[in-house]
Design a protein around this ligand. Structure first.
Ligand SMILES: Cc1cc2nc3c(=O)[nH]c(=O)nc-3n(C[C@H](O)[C@H](O)[C@H](O)COP(=O)(O)OP(=O)(O)OC[C@H]3O[C@@H](n4cnc5c(N)ncnc54)[C@H](O)[C@@H]3O)c2cc1C
Length: 244
């Protein structure tokens, strides 16, 4: 190797800011957490910090952030980075030279022959298994909405395309909940096929709700089956403030 265009250095330090917020100052990305790059998790972690914080900051700037919304940035994102620091420390430990670590690495590698272990590690490294404490009783609440295919009007679209507006969406099928007072913050999207909602709320054995409230960062804030299925008003108020 010769004539480098750019040089830098990195090590295996694992550090985590004690707090993500100090008054009007927030830290995100590598300013909040650094770790050994094992598993290629750092960029995703930082982007997800920003996506989590962005819509909350926008609500605060517009003067309509509900109490505690900005603080939920740290309470939601801190544990996610702590887990990445933990798993990268474990991966660093597995990389050490010497016969003891060689034996440990062989054993861990043999565990990876098991599908369940592979699934668990893949969910952790990709961060697709994150669940925030969003409230709501449906098993899909708190999880990220997959990019499910949807039929809306005469067009085919996808959940993540609808989220590009940076606004919350209330996805519904055959039942349009009354969200009077929140239409300025939440887009109601009626879809013709229940399959789209099923994919968006997890196909793994959970009941498919008739309506799903998705936060602007793509996490389920509420899901329910009909007018008697309470909690929607609480979820709207908790995440978007009181009705206008
Ligand atoms: C060797 C290596 C491999 C990696 N591989 C992966 C991978 O495969 N996948 C993955 O997801 N992640 C990977 N990462 C991690 C990923 O690169 C970082 O997590 C990510 O780049 C952090 O982005 P950031 O915007 O938070 O910080 P940075 O990318 O560090 O951006 C901060 C910017 O701020 C600038 N800056 C600093 N101080 C000031 C100042 N006072 N004024 C103005 N500007 C300033 C810096 O110059 C820099 O451009 C890797 C990291 C390393 C070191």
């Amino acid at each position: 190797m010769h004539s480098p265009r750019w040089v830098t250095q990195f090590g295996d330090a694992a550090r985590h800011a004690e707090r993500y917020r100090h008054g009007r100052v927030f830290v995100a990305g590598d300013a909040a957490h650094i770790h050994f790059p094992a598993g290629g998790q750092g960029l995703n972690l930082g982007v997800q910090d920003a996506v989590n914080l962005g819509w909350k900051l926008a609500a605060a700037v517009r003067g309509r952030a509900p109490e505690g919304l900005l603080d939920s940035y740290e309470s939601e994102r801190y544990p996610v980075a702590a887990r990445v620091l933990h798993n990268t420390r474990a991966q660093t430990a597995l990389s050490r030279p010497g016969p003891h670590t060689d034996a440990l690495r062989d054993m861990v590698a043999s565990f990876l022959d098991t599908d369940e272990v592979r699934r668990r590690l893949a969910s952790m490294i990709t961060a697709l298994d994150i669940r925030y404490e969003t409230g709501g009783a449906h098993p899909s609440t708190g999880y990220r909405v997959p990019d499910a295919d949807l039929r809306v009007g005469d067009a085919d679209t996808r959940v993540h395309v609808l989220l590009r507006t940076g606004r919350s969406i209330l996805l519904c099928h055959k039942w349009i909940p009354d969200i009077a007072g929140w239409e300025d913050r939440v887009d109601v999207v009626e879809t013709h096929d229940r399959a789209g909602i099923r994919s968006a709320t997890g196909s793994g054995g959970v009941s498919t709700p008739a309506a799903v409230l998705v936060r602007p960062d793509g996490y389920v804030a509420w899901a329910g089956d009909g007018p008697g299925d309470g909690g929607l008003t609480e979820a709207l108020t908790r995440w978007f403030g009181p009705a206008a």
